[in-house]
Design a binder for this molecule. Structure first.
Ligand SMILES: Cc1cc2nc3c(=O)[nH]c(=O)nc-3n(C[C@H](O)[C@H](O)[C@H](O)COP(=O)(O)O)c2cc1C
Length: 205
């Protein structure tokens, strides 16, 4: 039995492709793994705060030095990290905005990547502290950035997500793309159909 953390980052509702694909993934997953449990977070409609001065001060102080503002800032980060660490598997749906991840997902990353909680540093370098997790990332993109395509190097979403999850120790990452979404009806529907078939396969594993 596994515990899933499902996060949607698109601010769109029914019109969001990434949200719809993640919902389909979860439906398929539940059918194949009925005993698994799921925590859901909607960053698209309920973003988490940006890191603030109080947050930074608290992250590098002991609790007895916290002001009320520092305590509140770090409480939110602690809750998000506890939720992240409690899951065995992640299902994150994230739109491409300006070639990278949406700002609300970056705000989430800034809350959960914390020294002593999700990574450590010593004389040998950085060490991820998050082990034995799997991640399925469902990415929506208006253009086409697949390997070998002319705009491949514009995709900063994929390398960043691989790096930052790997930095925390999460290296078992599967990417599912709905790309070409703004490149005409045919390209769009073919890409969505391919993503739907991939997500069904991945959910059955
Ligand atoms: C503010 C904004 C910026 C975008 N930037 C890009 C981009 O740089 N490259 C791209 O391929 N698509 C871009 N898109 C298109 C989205 O990735 C596409 O519409 C996707 O379907 C959004 O995800 P959603 O359907 O889950 O909301 C952008 C869309 C918006 C609204």
């Amino acid at each position: 039995m596994a515990h899933i953390l499902h996060i949607d980052a698109s601010p769109r509702g029914d019109r969001s492709v990434s949200r719809s694909l993640a919902n389909q993934f979860i439906t398929e997953w539940k059918a194949a793994h009925p005993d698994d449990t799921i925590t859901y977070r909607d960053l698209g409609h309920h973003p988490v705060p940006f890191v603030s001065e109080a947050w930074i001060a608290a992250a590098f102080s002991s609790p007895d030095q916290y002001s009320p503002e520092m305590a509140e800032a770090i409480r939110i980060s602690d809750e998000l990290i506890d939720e992240f660490l409690a899951a065995d598997q992640y299902v994150f749906s994230i739109p491409m905005y300006n070639f990278g991840i949406s700002a609300n997902f970056k705000a989430y990353i800034d809350q959960i990547v914390r020294a002593g909680r999700t990574f450590a540093v010593d004389e040998t370098g950085y060490k991820g502290l998050v082990h034995n997790k799997k991640a399925v990332l469902i990415l929506s993109q208006g253009g086409l950035y697949a390997e070998g395509s002319p705009a491949q190097s514009y995709d900063l979403q994929t390398p960043y997500l691989r790096l930052i999850l790997g930095f925390m120790g999460v290296t078992d990452v599967e990417f599912i793309y709905a790309d070409s979404l703004n490149m005409g009806d045919e390209a769009r529907s073919q890409s969505i159909a391919k993503a739907e078939s991939t997500l069904k396969e991945v959910a059955l594993r």
